[in-house]
Design a binder for this molecule. Structure first.
Ligand code: NDP
Length: 337
């Protein structure tokens, strides 16, 4: 079995590749350039020819994935701009939508052995900013962000542009799939994760180069860059990157996942919860900010997710905040961050 993983040099893509390789499954990883693949070649050297790379320099070009899909049995598409600084909304919406649609088109034309395509969407394609505590489910779509971008264009918030890119890309994937359903030998599964935390194995030279959510964790839990008031009111839901990788593997192989959109969340938090957990770990080597210990306990979570579908189809168990915090802090300590 060989699986194409796009965005394989990213935070999530690299963990997915490792999980596949550890199971004895071959990986064809798509990267933009030879240079982008160098770190992974070294990281996965022990897997020899079971780990291969293919260069796809521009995912916006028609037919970009035509060759990459020729000889694979499944596809996991993680590549999409995780950019929260875009001025022109097209900067994120273009590669997100065209990348996804182009990939599905290539699979439909040339992926004769492909049985399933898994697309990494996001809870940003699910939620909207609610005025009262809300439990979202797979039936929800972030129309709010799309509307903001339609109305305000480049004046829309950075978050809205990113959320709209994920919503529109996922919708495009389902439209493509629903239009060709019955005529295709493969089906589609979409995974919607909230904020992803946990150690990284991709190339990250310094804390500033961490992805958006991991960088936020570093800034708040390690550096204390947040007011006490925000610490007990701000937060979201989360999942450990390694559990999310496992969810992607199940998405490939569990029959019942076909045709489903599945939220994969370990639960909600406010930032004070992470501070309390981090400080409860016996890690004497560093002093962490403490915030207001225990003040997160009574916090109301503004957004949470119904995870019934995940439980039913994947039945995943999740790492705890303590598991994740320990591994991240150990990695940061090891790197001297
Ligand atoms: P990373 O930024 O670490 O990885 C993104 C990957 O996508 C990289 O390989 C990157 O390649 C590739 N990519 C981005 N833009 C383009 C483009 N225009 N053309 C080709 N490749 C591109 O992010 P994550 O691993 O965190 O994200 C992976 C997926 O998970 C994304 O779809 C993201 O939306 C989704 N997600 C992430 C969450 C999180 O908290 N991290 C939460 C929810 C969803 P390159 O290195 O060349 O730029």
């Amino acid at each position: 079995t060989k699986i194409l993983v796009t965005g394989v040099n990213g935070y999530i893509g690299s963990w997915i590749a490792r999980s596949l390789l550890e199971r004895g499954i071959a990986v064809l990883g798509a990267v933009r350039s030879e240079n982008k693949g160098r770190h992974l070649r070294e990281l996965f050297a022990s897997y020899e020819e079971r780990f291969q790379l293919v260069q796809v320099p521009d995912i916006m070009v028609d037919g970009a994935f035509d060759e990459a899909v020729l000889d694979v049995d499944g596809v996991i598409h993680t590549a999409s701009p995780v950019v929260l600084t875009a001025v022109d909304p097209g900067e994120v919406i273009g590669p997100a939508m065209k990348g996804t649609l182009g990939l599905l088109t290539s699979v439909a034309k040339f992926g004769t052995n492909v049985q399933r395509v898994v697309v990494t969407s996001s809870c940003t394609a699910v939620f909207h900013f609610p005025s009262e505590p809300t439990v979202f489910s797979e039936t929800d779509w972030n129309e709010q962000a799309v509307k903001e971008v339609e109305e305000k264009g480049s004046n829309a918030s950075f978050a809205a542009k990113y959320c709209a890119s994920k919503t529109l890309a996922e919708k495009a994937a389902w439209d493509f799939f629903n239009e060709s359903k019955g005529t295709l030998p493969w089906d589609l599964t979409v995974i919607n994760p909230p904020n992803v935390h946990g150690p990284f194995i991709n190339e990250v030279p310094n804390p500033q180069s961490l992805g958006y959510a991991t960088n936020e964790w570093y800034n708040i839990v390690v550096r204390g860059d947040m007011s006490a008031e925000d610490m007990t009111s701000k937060g979201h839901c989360w999942v450990d990157v390694r559990d999310l990788a496992e969810a992607h593997i199940r998405a490939l192989f569990v029959d019942a996942a076909g045709g489903e959109r599945i939220i994969v969340s370990a639960g909600p938090y406010v930032w004070q919860d992470w501070l309390d957990v981090a400080n409860s770990l016996a890690m004497q080597s560093r002093r962490l900010p403490v915030g207001v210990p225990g003040a997160g306990a009574g916090a109301q979570y503004l957004m949470s997710y119904d995870t019934g579908k995940q439980e039913r189809i994947f039945g995943l168990g999740f790492r705890t905040k303590a598991d994740t915090a320990r591994d991240v802090l150990n990695q940061f300590a090891h790197l001297g961050w």
